[in-house]
Every structure is written in C-alpha cells, then in structure tokens.
Design a protein around this ligand. Structure first.
Ligand SMILES: NC(=O)C1=CN([C@@H]2O[C@H](COP(=O)(O)OP(=O)(O)OC[C@H]3O[C@@H](n4cnc5c(N)ncnc54)[C@H](OP(=O)(O)O)[C@@H]3O)[C@@H](O)[C@H]2O)C=CC1
Ligand SMILES: O=C(CO)COP(=O)(O)O
Length: 371
C-alpha cells in the first residue's frame, strides 16, 4: 500500500492544550504541513510570538514549520483534522466542523481518552454516525505529552479504514515515535476510558492497600471489556498498548491527572472541586459516571465502575468504596460444553466425579473394602 508523502499533506490540530501541542510538534517533525489551532485569537498570538506553549507544555520549542492560528480560521484546506480537546468539548467542536468548512474527504481523528456526553458514546462512533466510518480514526497508547516529544511514546492509530490507520502511524513513526496501526477504534477508545477510570480508582485506593488498588483496576477493566465486546471491540485492544500499557503509564505517573484526581478524592476533596485544582482535563471524572450509565443501559453488571461513579459524585464514602472493591466477586467463568475448547477440563472433571462415585459405591458394598 502506498502511503501519503507527509509534505503533501496538511493536518490541523484543534485544541492547543498539552496533548494537542505535543501531537502538532510530532506531525511537524514528521514532515506533515501542520497547523495548531488555539481556542482564541489571543492564545494563538501568544503561542506564535513565544514559539512555546507556556501554559500547557512549557519548555518545548515549537518547530518553525508549525503554523499557529485560532479555531476561527477554519479547516478548509485540511486533509487530516485532529481533535485534541477534552471529551466534554467534543459535542460542540464536532457540531461546528461543517461550519468550519471541513473538506468532504478530510479524515477526522479523535485524540480524546474519554466518552462523549450525554450517552457516554466513544468519540469515533459519534464521528462515524455524522461523517461516515471510513474517514474516522482515534489515537491511544501510553503517551504523556512531555515525554512523548522528548523521548517517545507508544501510540496506537485506529480506524476501520486501513489506509487511514497506516498513514497516521507512518506520520508518527517518521517523527521517531512508535505507532501501531489498529482496525479497532472502539476497542482502543474504551481501553483509554478504562485505563483512566482504573488509574483514578488506583489513586483513590492505594493508601488503603495495593491489593485493593489492583483489584479496583482489574474489576474496572473486566467490566468495561464486557461493554467493549458488545460494541464489537477486540480483547487485544484492552490487553495491548492502549489498555494495559497505558494503564501502567498512567497509574505509575505522579503527574498523571487521573491518578492525582483519585488521590484528591481520598484526601476528601469533592469531585466537583478537582478540575479547578488540577487545571487541566481530567477525563475520568466525567467518563466514569458516563461509563457507569452506559454499562447499566447495556445490562452489564458493573458494581465497581458504578461504585467509583458514586465515589466521584460524593454518594459513597471512601471506606465503603474500598470495602466494595475488597468484597466484589467477579461472575464465574463461562465453562464451555465438551464440544469446545473447554472439553479437556470437562473430561477431567467428569473423570474425578466418576472416580468419587466409584469410591462411594465400593464403600457401600459389603466386603468391598481394600479391593
Ligand atoms: N496530556 C496528555 O499527556 C495526554 C492527553 N490525552 C487526551 O487528550 C485530550 C486533551 O487533553 P489535554 O491536551 O491533555 O488537555 P489540556 O487540559 O492540557 O488542554 C485542553 C485544551 O483544549 C482546549 N479546548 C477545550 N475546549 C475547546 C474548544 N471547544 N475549542 C477549542 N479548544 C478547546 C483548551 O483551551 P483553553 O485553554 O482555552 O481551555 C486547552 O487548550 C484528553 O482527552 C486527554 O485524555 C491523551 C494522551 C496523553
Ligand atoms: O493519557 C495519558 C498518558 O497516556 C495522560 O494521562 P493523564 O490524563 O492521567 O495525565
């Protein structure tokens, strides 16, 4: 498959926070003609004058080839539009794309690791319903903004359109950052939402014990996986870079906003006060209540995710949350019938049962002892 020459392609990154700025730096380094769009003219003028994003990504020089403008400049010449705003802002930003003169063939890429209100929709599903599945993609994987521009990350670019996933992956790889191409955007997005929820849960729980923190994360991943499966997601997306990989990066990072939000909840800070304290997007605070409602609507038993939503909402005290985590028993595995791959286990169980029945029969037969 021939991949697009980066220099012939134009990308516009909408949202000049820490991740949008970092992704724009990478695309420019990878040779894509890139524009970073800030929310206001004042922000754009400041970024253009400083050639640095002092507010969200201090200390990183913006490449000279990176254009800066405000979102009002529109998208008329874009081949790729990358949405780098928090999920809460996505409904407004997506609704505004046609008025911003989104070209008919431009690809739209969500960078958010959260869900879109009010239904808790994975962003690519919303974009696909509006603009068509094969021009939509998302990006996941362990990718703290600062480390990504300094030393690298392990991105996953996911789209149902192979050419789109591969072209995004090639742009990042040209910039020196590993990027896997995936055809499971919903799985990658739910992996990102699950890891943020699990990192917040681990942050809230770790002082009470690391077994409890691990149990919280494991329960949340298992509960979200059942939802991902219903939506057609694949297990490797939750097991691989976008799920387990990003969970470790986020839960271990002292600077992680989601983990820190959990620590603040454990300190007794109300959930509603945390965004102002952290001053940046904390996706899990919004995504966990949305996830909880979406899982309930889908008929999935999700006691730990819904308990976490109640902890965030101030309805469940921390000790009760930890007790819930420590006592939740996952549903038993679904053993297969002997016509499937569970046949070996089934045969072993049947042999043990038959041996026990034989022993019991021998005990009942007069004079059978010792035979
Ligand atoms: N930071 C990271 O390391 C990573 C972040 N992500 C994901 O990227 C997404 C964005 O997060 P991040 O960059 O970190 O968040 P930040 O809080 O650093 O920045 C958010 C940015 O979005 C802008 N914004 C919000 N709403 C709009 C809007 N309607 N129009 C234009 N701009 C808007 C904000 O502008 P203003 O300043 O005016 O409010 C701000 O520049 C999140 O989903 C996050 O999970 C993914 C991987 C890593
Ligand atoms: O998604 C991230 C790293 O991959 C960033 O995590 P935080 O939003 O918790 O800082």
């Amino acid at each position: 498959m021939s991949l697009p020459t980066p220099g012939a392609r134009r990308a516009v990154v909408v949202g000049a926070g820490s991740f949008g700025t970092a992704i724009a730096v990478l695309l420019a380094r990878g040779g894509v003609r890139t524009t970073l769009q800030a929310r206001t003219n004042e922000q754009a003028e400041r970024l253009a004058a400083d050639r640095e994003n002092h507010t969200y990504l201090p200390g990183v020089a913006l490449p000279q080839t990176l254009r800066i403008e405000a979102v009002g400049a529109g998208l008329a010449r874009a081949d790729y539009v990358l949405l780098a705003v928090p999920s809460q802002s996505l409904p407004g930003v997506i609704a505004g794309l046609p008025a911003a003169q989104l070209p008919r063939r431009a690809a739209i890429v969500s960078l958010a690791k959260g869900l879109v209100p009010p239904q808790g929709t994975p962003p690519t599903l919303l974009l696909a319903a509006r603009f068509g599945t094969d021009r939509v993609a998302c990006v996941g994987g362990p990718a703290h903004a600062r480390e990504m521009v300094d030393a690298g990350a392990a991105l996953v670019a996911a789209s149902t359109d192979e050419a789109l996933a591969l072209s995004l992956a090639s742009f990042f790889q040209r910039a020196g950052v590993v990027c896997e191409a995936s055809n499971d955007p919903v799985g990658v997005e739910l992996a990102g939402a699950a890891k943020n929820a699990a990192a917040l849960a681990a942050g809230a729980t770790e002082r009470q014990g690391l077994n409890a923190a691990g149990a919280a994360a494991g329960h949340i991943f298992a509960e979200v996986w059942r939802f991902a499966e219903l939506l057609g997601g694949r297990p490797e997306s939750l097991i691989g870079l976008a799920g387990t990989g990003d969970l470790v990066a986020t839960a271990l990072a002292p600077q992680s906003r989601n983990r820190r939000a959990g620590e603040l909840l454990a300190d007794g800070v109300p959930g509603a006060e945390i965004p102002a304290r952290i001053g940046q997007a904390v996706e899990a605070l919004d995504a966990v209540p949305l996830l909880s409602s979406a899982l309930t609507r889908a008929g999935i038993d999700a006691p730990v995710t819904s308990g976490l939503a109640r902890l965030i909402g101030g309805e469940l005290p921390l000790d009760d949350w930890v007790a819930l985590v420590r006592t939740t028993i996952p549903p038993p595995a679904r053993w297969r019938r002997p016509d499937g791959s569970g046949a070996g286990l089934h045969r072993l169980r049947e042999r043990l049962r038959a041996a026990a029945a034989r022993r019991a029969r021998r005990r009942r037969l007069p004079g059978a002892e010792g035979t």
